[in-house]
Every structure is written in C-alpha cells, then in structure tokens.
Design a protein around this ligand. Structure first.
Ligand SMILES: Cc1ncc(COP(=O)(O)O)c(C=O)c1O
Length: 326
C-alpha cells in the first residue's frame, strides 16, 4: 500500500548510525562464578559494535577532535593500537567519513587486523622486536609507534589520535561508563576493579564513581611480574593480558583515584576466562578473565563487607584472540 498521509504507523525505534550503538551496555551478575556472599557485577563491554570497551574512547576522541577543530572534515586519521582501539577508530572513522590507518605490533592477533580492514581501514602490522605472538611488550608498542610517526611526518593534515596521551579517552568513561555503572547499581557499589592499558577506562570511571561516593574502593589489576602501579620492578614483561600491562605507568594514570593495586597471574586469567565460558556462557578475552579473577580475590580477601557488590569490566570478545598462541 502507498505511504499516504491517511496511513497510521506505530512509534519507531531506529538508530541513525552504528555510533548510536556505542555504550549503554548491560550490567551482568556473575552469580554462577561467584554465588555469594556479595556479588560480582560485570559491564558487558564486548557488546559494543566492534566488540570492545575501546569503541567508547574511539568515538569520544574523534568526536571531540572534530568539535575542537583538530580533526578537519575528511582528513586522514592514524593511531597506534593493540587492536581494540584500532577497530574502534576504524568503524567510527568510516561512519564519520575519514580514511584510517592503524599501526599494530604483529604480536597482536591477526583477527584484529582483519576487522580493521573490514571497516575499510589500512592496518600495518609491525614486526615484533622483543615479544612473541600473543605476548606484546612495551618495546613492540614502541616499534609500532615509530612506524606511525613516519606516516605522520609525511602526511599533511593527518590527525594522530594518540590514545595514551589524549584526555578525551578518559572523558568517554567519566561521561558515560561511570554514570552507567552508578545508575545500574542504584549507587550500591563497594568496589570497582579493572586492568589498565592507557588507563582511560579505569581513571575516567573511577573519577566519576569517587565523586559520587569517595568510599568506593577503586582497584587496579596488573599482570603478575609487571606491577608498575604497585611500584614493583618488572620481572615478567611477557604476559597474556593483551591490551594491558605495558610495564610503564600510563601517562593518563592518576594515583588520586586508586585505592590499591592487585596482581593476577596468567594462569588465573586463563582459569577465569574459561570459567566465564563454561559457567556464564560468555566467550571473552584475557583481561576480562583477569578482571573477574581479581574481583574474586578481592571478595575473598576480607577487605570488603561480606555482602559487597564488586563491579568490573568484560572488556572484549574472545573472538579477537588466536587460541593457537598458547
Ligand atoms: C582487551 C583490553 N582490555 C583492557 C584494555 C584497557 O583499556 P584502557 O586503555 O582504557 O586502560 C584494553 C585496551 O586496549 C584492551 O584492549
């Protein structure tokens, strides 16, 4: 039938673009892994459009760069990435109408590069100088940064996102992730625990939560042997927590919002990655396993009230990893 003015339609529910699908992720109780007392409540960041928490910072950094005039219409964009940030930048750049180049250590999984290419971006995989596939070190990230710098130097008007030094990275979480968590728990949160890559998600979320209630315990999760926030010497730069634990205090980190740091071993991260699959039906990456392992350790530590609610992040989907690495 023709669309006439007499036709009656119901209310619509249509998103204008994939950008409207970023954030507002559900908060899920992991009651099968931790039946109590207390609760682990996990933010389903793997449900973001490109499968990770970094979609939030990608949009925030590009949106504000455009508003602030640092990203010109149609100008090229470049970023150094361990994969997740690059996937986010690639799809947000595509929708905003910018050509995107990513440099990434070849030690990060090829699935990430494939996704970036799927969004029409270019991904240069930079050979590793120190680590091995699945274990990416600071020196490997530095090599990917040097490769990006060469492109930046020879490309006029290119916008370098620079997630490690960009305050609009934290802002995504201070403006959205933190408020979402506070609203979803009705303000009942005893602790928030999370790994650090750039520290954008930890710092932005903790800043908001601490402003609502300074008693919320904000706990950093670090790979055992690469505990720089805890002030320890790095004895194990190679670990499985891809996208986090680079063996250096991130530029965006803020000790003011942290109460304590905990460590998680590769074995613990793998154990909880597997339990997330077999008990909760969630196929996720290693930092999600690490976050849940840390939440369990914190609940067992006796440092919180017995019925404490601990919030953490399920950072990305397991589909971003090569199981063949191990
Ligand atoms: C899998 C994974 N987990 C955690 C993080 C940490 O996020 P942030 O950079 O906000 O500290 C990242 C960052 O890339 C990541 O890729």
């Amino acid at each position: 039938m023709a669309n006439t003015e007499h036709q009656q339609y119901g209310p619509t529910d249509i998103k204008g673009s994939v950008l409207d699908l970023i954030g507002n992720t559900p908060l899920l109780a992991l009651d099968r892994i931790w039946p109590g007392p207390g609760r682990i409540l996990a933010k389903c960041e793997f449900l973001n459009p490109a499968g990770s928490i970094k979609d939030r910072s990608a949009y925030s950094m590009l949106k504000y760069a455009k508003e602030e005039g640092r990203l010109k219409p149609g100008a090229p964009i470049i970023e150094v990435t361990s994969g997740n940030q690059g996937c986010g930048i690639a799809f947000v750049g595509a929708v905003m109408g910018h050509p995107v180049t990513l440099t990434m250590s070849a030690g990060n999984s090829p699935q990430r590069a494939e996704m970036m290419v799927g969004f029409g971006a270019r991904c240069d995989r930079v050979p590793q100088v120190e680590g091995k596939p699945g274990n990416v070190t600071l020196a490997d990230v530095d090599a990917a940064t040097a490769a990006a710098q060469k492109i930046i130097d020879s490309t006029p008007d290119i916008f370098y996102v620079n997630q490690f030094n960009n305050p609009n990275n934290c802002r995504a979480h201070e403006e959205a992730t933190g408020p979402e968590i506070y609203r979803q728990t009705g303000g009942r949160i005893d602790a928030y625990v999370a790994t650090l890559g750039t520290a954008g998600s930890f710092v932005g979320t903790s800043r908001y939560l601490k402003r609502q209630n300074p008693a919320i315990k904000c706990v950093v999760v670090e790979p055992a042997g690469a505990e720089v926030i805890a002030g320890k010497e790095v004895t194990k730069p190679l670990h499985l927590l891809q996208g986090s634990g680079y063996g250096k205090v991130p530029e965006l980190f803020d000790y003011e919002v942290m109460d304590e740091a905990m460590n998680v071993t590769d074995e613990e991260a793998v154990e909880y990655k597997k339990l997330l699959g077999s008990k909760e039906g969630l196929y996720l990456g290693y930092t999600s396993g690490a976050n849940v392992a840390a939440a369990v350790k914190l609940l067992k530590s006796g440092k919180l009230p017995p019925d404490a609610w601990v919030v953490t992040l399920l950072n990305d989907t397991g589909l971003k990893y090569s199981e063949l690495h191990k």
